[in-house]
Design a binder for this molecule. Structure first.
Ligand code: KIV
Length: 264
């Protein structure tokens, strides 16, 4: 796989070419994903759940994310690699810069931050200091205790309008990717059509520019449960490499996500 940059993702959005991405936490799987042409990898704070067996992501540290980012970068030199800013790591723009620097030095090409328009100043400061930012909207798992559980977001009109406004404000602040998790497909389409930066969805329907899945979910090995929006590709193919190849192909040809994986 050639070296992937944000310019490739923008071109794909403009051409209507859908792309797949996966979470990754170690060098072996990162290498396998790169060999199967997965252009975007995310070292997610989901590692707290799928690697550490916790019930949420809140306890994950910047040091843990930096460690796993180094591992993934070692296995995948060419993917566009995003690393999560964990819970309470960006309460101020200054704190965000200090913590983002650790992730960038570990090999990330971009950091991902959960939140809404209130993050605009942070996104601006990071971007001005050469840290590209992906903003995560919708079901932001670090807010699980505010939401009262892992629930679909943006179902009512007011929340939907707020999410569109957040996406626009954060793009204006400099965000280079928007990630939407567990939002109705119609809202995800509206946001994807409104912003000019690439939009990656998980549980957000088939109209986003890219898709992402937690690797343990798409291999059907998650300790907890299988989310409705995911698909067990290992069960379908019986081989990890074929599972990833099928996922990449089904995203590219629009087969995944189908209606069974989508919130109306
Ligand atoms: O932490 C993570 O793995 C994520 C994905 C669910 C997008 O944020």
């Amino acid at each position: 796989m050639k070296k992937i940059t944000i310019t490739d993702l923008i071109t794909w959005k403009q051409q209507g070419q859908k792309f797949a991405s996966l979470t990754a936490y170690d060098a072996s799987f990162a290498q396998l994903f790169e060999q199967q042409d997965v252009p975007v990898l995310l070292v997610g704070d989901s590692l707290g759940m799928v690697l550490q067996g916790k019930s949420d992501t809140l306890s994950v540290s910047v040091a843990e994310l930096a460690y796993h980012t180094r591992c993934v970068r070692a296995g995948s030199p060419n993917s566009l690699l995003m690393a999560d800013m964990p819970f309470m790591s960006c309460t101020t723009p200054e704190q965000a810069c200090t913590n983002a620097a650790e992730l960038m030095k570990a090999g990330a090409n971009m950091v991902k931050i959960e939140g809404g328009a209130w993050l605009a100043e942070t996104v601006k400061m990071l971007t001005e200091r050469a840290v590209p930012v992906c903003v995560h909207l919708g079901l932001t798992p670090q807010s699980v205790n505010i939401f009262g559980g892992f629930r679909v977001q943006g179902r009512d009109d007011e929340k939907a309008e707020q999410m569109v406004a957040d996406a626009v404000a954060l793009e204006q602040a400099g965000a280079q990717i928007i990630l939407l998790e567990c939002v109705p497909a119609s809202l995800a389409k509206r946001i994807t059509d409104t912003v000019s930066v690439p939009v990656i969805g998980i549980g957000a329907g088939s109209d986003t520019d890219g898709q992402i899945l937690v690797m343990h979910d798409m291999l059907g090995v998650s300790a907890n449960y299988m989310p409705k929006f995911s698909k067990n590709y290992l069960a379908e193919t019986g081989d990890a490499r074929e599972a990833v190849a099928k996922y990449v192909q089904e995203v590219a040809n629009g087969e995944f996500p189908g209606p069974a994986h989508t919130f109306k």
